[in-house]
Design a protein. Structure first.
Length: 291
C-alpha cells in the first residue's frame, strides 16, 4: 500500500512538469489553431537563456526566471506577428511544416551556440532538497513545480473566463469574421495568445533546467510529453491538459517501478490507451480550448 501511495504521489509531482509544459502547447492550438512542433525546442531555449543569464549577468539561476518569462513572451509575440500570422487560414499542414522548420533552426542554433554537451541550471540545494511526509520523501522542486502549475492553470482559466481579454479571445476563436465586424483585430489577439503560451513555456523550461540536465536534442522529448499530456486530457479543455499531465506523470513513475528504463514507455502506453479507449480525452470540450 505504501508503494502504491508513493507511486501516485511521485507521479503527481512529475506530472506537474508535464502539465505546465503542455499548457503552452494547448493554448497555441486552442487560440491560434497552431500545432507548434517547435514547442519543445522553444522550451529548451528558455533553459539555455537561463544558462546565458547566469554566465553573463549577476543573476542567480533562481532569479533568472524574472527575465526568462518576459523574454519568452516577447519572443512569442514576435513569432506570431512576423511568422505565424501569415499562416492564419492556411489549414493545418502549413503551420506544422513551418513550426517543424523552426524547430530545426532552433535546434541547430542552440548546438552552434552552446555545443551538444549536457548543461544544467545549478541552483544548488534547491535542486535536491526534500521533505519527509507520511514516510515519503518529497522533492521541494517537484512540489513547487506542481504548485506553480496549478496556480498558472487557475490564472489562465480566470483570465479566459472573467476578463475582457478572455472574452475577446473567445469571440475571435469562435467566429473570427464576426469578431472582426466588432472591431477586434484577430492578429493582435493571436500575438497576445502566443506571448502567453511561450511565457508559460519559458516558466516550464526554467524549472526543467533546474531539475534536469539538457542539451539541444532535449526539445523532442519535451514536445512529445507535452503533446501526450494535452491529448490525454482532451483538446478544448485547459484543465484537461492539467489532468492529462498528472496521468502521464503517474504512468511514467509506475513504469519505473517495473524497470528503471520503462518510464517513458509506460507513458506512451497510457497515451495510446487513451487514444483507443477515450479518444476525446479525459475532459474534452468543443470550441476554442479555453475552458
Amino acid at each position: 500500500m505504501n508503494a502504491l501511495a508513493d507511486t501516485l504521489v511521485q507521479g503527481l509531482l512529475l506530472g506537474g512538469h508535464f502539465a505546465l509544459s503542455g499548457l503552452g502547447l494547448a493554448l497555441a492550438f486552442g487560440i491560434m489553431r497552431i500545432v507548434n512542433i517547435a514547442h519543445g525546442d522553444l522550451l529548451v531555449v528558455a533553459a539555455y537563456l537561463g544558462v546565458a543569464l547566469v554566465r553573463l549577468t549577476p543573476l542567480s539561476p533562481l532569479a533568472a526566471v524574472l527575465v526568462i518569462v518576459p523574454a519568452m513572451s516577447v519572443l512569442g509575440w514576435l513569432l506570431q506577428r512576423a511568422l505565424f500570422n501569415r499562416l492564419v487560414g492556411q489549414g493545418d499542414l502549413a503551420p506544422m511544416l513551418v513550426t517543424f522548420g523552426l524547430s530545426i533552426i532552433v535546434h541547430n542554433a542552440l548546438q552552434e551556440l552552446f555545443s551538444a554537451d549536457f548543461q544544467t541550471l545549478d541552483a544548488g540545494a534547491a535542486r535536491t532538497a526534500s521533505v519527509e511526509a507520511a514516510g515519503m520523501h518529497l522533492g521541494l522542486l517537484p512540489l513547487a513545480t506542481l504548485a506553480l502549475a496549478a496556480l498558472v492553470y487557475a490564472g489562465v482559466h480566470a483570465l479566459m473566463r472573467h476578463t475582457r481579454f478572455g472574452r475577446v479571445v473567445r469571440a475571435t476563436v469562435d467566429d473570427p469574421e464576426v469578431a472582426a465586424l466588432m472591431g477586434i483585430d484577430a492578429r493582435r489577439v493571436y500575438a497576445a495568445g502566443m506571448a502567453l503560451a511561450l511565457g508559460i513555456a519559458g516558466l516550464a523550461g526554467w524549472l526543467y533546467g533546474i531539475k534536469s540536465s539538457f542539451n539541444p536534442l532535449t526539445g523532442g522529448n519535451e514536445l512529445l510529453f507535452a503533446f501526450e499530456a494535452v491529448i490525454i486530457g482532451g483538446l478544448g479543455s485547459i484543465w484537461g491538459s492539467f489532468a492529462g499531465g498528472l496521468v502521464l506523470g503517474i504512468a511514467h513513475v509506475a513504469g519505473t517501478q517495473v524497470d528503471a528504463g520503462w518510464g517513458a514507455f509506460a507513458g506512451h502506453v497510457a497515451f495510446f490507451g487513451f487514444l483507443f479507449l477515450r479518444p476525446g480525452g479525459l475532459l474534452a470540450r468543443g470550441g476554442s480550448g479555453h475552458g
